[in-house]
Design a protein around this ligand. Structure first.
Ligand code: ZN
Length: 222
């Protein structure tokens, strides 16, 4: 995976899970990906862009890619392991906050999402059997896909203020659903990172915070 990526930088900007997502707590700048050399070996590091341009403008030191990956794995495993103490109580308190409102809405949205998935399955079945013109299939399928995306967005947008932070109920539910599977991560998973993490804040070389899509910020030592 790391082969051949040492050349250039600009055109690979969005190729990595952390690209554009690591923020410096000192200056607010974005971290850039760099290849560092040490004792003849090479490793991937992330460094504050302002610090790279002018060390006197920001004193934040670089962090290693491998350490950030490790911190993500640890953070997710803590959520999996401690789901009874973190995510489930949070979700329960969100539920109590207004049972009638957002949870009723979420249930309704989920029902509509299930129906939407069923309809797409039926369409695909009809198409496979040759009962549908491809043009008609594409049109109807695209409409359903668009509706599915809108429903998902509505679900994720339902939010509440918890301890002054806006917490997205649908996203907490999704995170808990993942944690409930009880599967510990054994390696970094970029897709999972992209699914649940909005951005990373670097406090120091030894500490970062994962700002989750659900609104929680989870700190990890490195
Ligand atoms: Zn900085």
């Amino acid at each position: 995976m790391e082969k051949g990526i040492t050349k250039g930088s600009g055109k690979y900007l969005n190729r990595y899970p952390f690209s554009g997502k690591i923020i410096c707590s000192e200056c607010g700048g974005k971290f850039k990906r760099r290849i560092h050399s040490k004792n003849g070996g090479k490793y991937v590091a992330w460094c504050c862009g302002k610090h790279i341009d002018d060390v006197t403008a920001c004193s934040m030191k670089f962090i290693r890619n491998a350490d950030v990956e490790k911190a993500f794995v640890t953070m997710m495993n803590k959520l999996v392991y401690g789901r009874r103490f973190v995510l489930r109580p949070l979700l329960e308190s969100l539920r109590e906050m207004d049972q009638s409102d957002s949870f009723g809405m979420i249930q309704e949205l989920e029902l509509r999402m299930e129906k939407n998935a069923e309809q797409r399955q039926i369409l695909t079945g009809l198409m496979a059997k040759g009962y549908l013109e491809p043009a008609l299939f594409n049109k109807e399928n695209n409409e359903l896909l668009q509706e599915a995306a809108e429903l998902e967005m509505q679900k994720n947008g339902l939010s509440h203020s918890v301890n002054g932070e806006m917490v997205k109920t649908g996203e907490v539910e999704a995170l808990l659903k993942f944690a409930e599977k009880g599967e510990m991560l054994t390696a970094f998973d970029g897709e999972l990172f992209g699914r649940f993490v909005e951005q990373i804040t670097v406090y120091s070389r030894n500490g970062i915070g994962f700002q989750m899509k659900c609104g929680l910020t989870l700190r990890e030592r490195m």
